[in-house]
Design a protein. Structure first.
Length: 317
């Protein structure tokens, strides 16, 4: 009798252990459990920790509540300014309502992925190329709003959407590179012209200052000579400016050149002869014409005499 009772107890304990093993469930900290009893939602969402279900009657669905990072496949489209681009992005979302994520949508991950792809293609068609390249923050906000609107009913919250890369055709890349190079060259020319204008103004002021003070030009010349003489591998050609010669001339004769004193008796004047009588006519002689001097170097050579005799006939050999 005792053996039968003991066997019954052992059998009941074994059955209880089997039942407990089949009914026991463990929900992790980052998960929530949704219980479906005979296909219907049963009670509230199970919290993390140890929980039990009825084997064969209840079915526990665990939903991950962590933030999911989902890459959006690259989508090819035409922008509003008729440029073909290929754009890929990434979306960050998490489940905020585990029951809605299980009941309201078949597969919330697949649904979010497809919605993100269609929203990305729509954003490409509504935007221009410059916005895709430089104004991504605004596009990210618009893309996040487009994905988050239908995802609210799925128990999913979109945290952030980022456009990762924008691929352009090679011809468009070359055109943009030429445009950027031309723009940089234009700015470089403007900067050089501005620098030349400022330098010309300063040089004009310096020239005016040197014109008022001639000694400044000499000091500047000496500074230039010292700067060039520092390099021993160059030949220095020193020009003498006219202002330096005038400065030296004024330093030598401050009141003008002094005349040389005359020494010795005055030179004899040629005898003009007796004064002519004013009552008689004065006899004048015509001046003979001047004979040009003969210079053999300047006179052209005489032409050779022409030979009137015809050339001898050619004799055939």
């Amino acid at each position: 009798m005792l053996e039968q009772v003991l066997g019954s107890v052992l059998a009941a304990g074994a059955v209880g252990l089997v039942y407990l093993g089949a009914a026991a469930r463990v929900v992790k900290q980052y998960e929530r459990g949704v219980v479906l009893r005979l296909g219907r939602l049963r009670g509230d969402v199970r919290a993390p920790g140890f929980t039990t279900v009825i084997p064969g009657v209840d079915r526990l669905r665990k939903v991950n509540m962590q933030i999911v990072t989902m890459p959006i496949p690259a989508q090819e489209g035409i922008t509003r300014d008729n440029v073909t681009v290929r754009v890929d992005a990434v979306v960050y979302f998490r489940v905020v309502d585990a029951a809605a994520a299980v009941i309201n949508v078949e597969d919330y991950r697949f649904a979010v992925s497809q919605m993100a792809q269609t929203s990305l293609r729509s954003i490409i068609g509504k935007s221009e190329l410059d916005d895709l390249l430089s104004n991504r923050e605004k596009l990210n906000e618009g893309l996040e709003l487009m994905i988050d609107s239908p995802a609210i009913g799925w128990g999913v919250q979109i945290d952030r959407v980022e456009i990762k890369d924008v691929s352009l055709p090679e011809s468009m890349k070359r055109s943009m590179a030429r445009q950027a190079e031309a723009d940089r060259e234009r700015r470089a020319r403007i900067i050089n012209a501005d620098a030349e204008l400022q330098a010309s103004k300063k040089l004009a002021e310096a020239a005016q200052q040197m014109a008022d003070t001639p000694s400044a030009l000499q000091l500047r010349l000496l500074q230039t000579v010292m700067a060039v003489a520092a390099e021993k591998n160059s030949t220095l050609v020193l020009p003498i400016p006219v202002e330096l010669l005038r400065f030296l001339e004024r330093a030598q004769y401050p009141q003008g050149p002094a005349p040389e004193p005359h020494q010795g008796p005055p030179p004899e004047q040629p005898h003009a002869g007796p004064a002519p009588d004013p009552g008689q006519p004065v006899e004048t002689h015509p001046t003979p014409p001047l004979t040009p001097l003969h210079d053999p170097l300047l006179d052209p050579l005489p032409d050779p005499p022409l030979d009137p005799s015809p050339p001898p006939p050619a004799v055939d050999g």
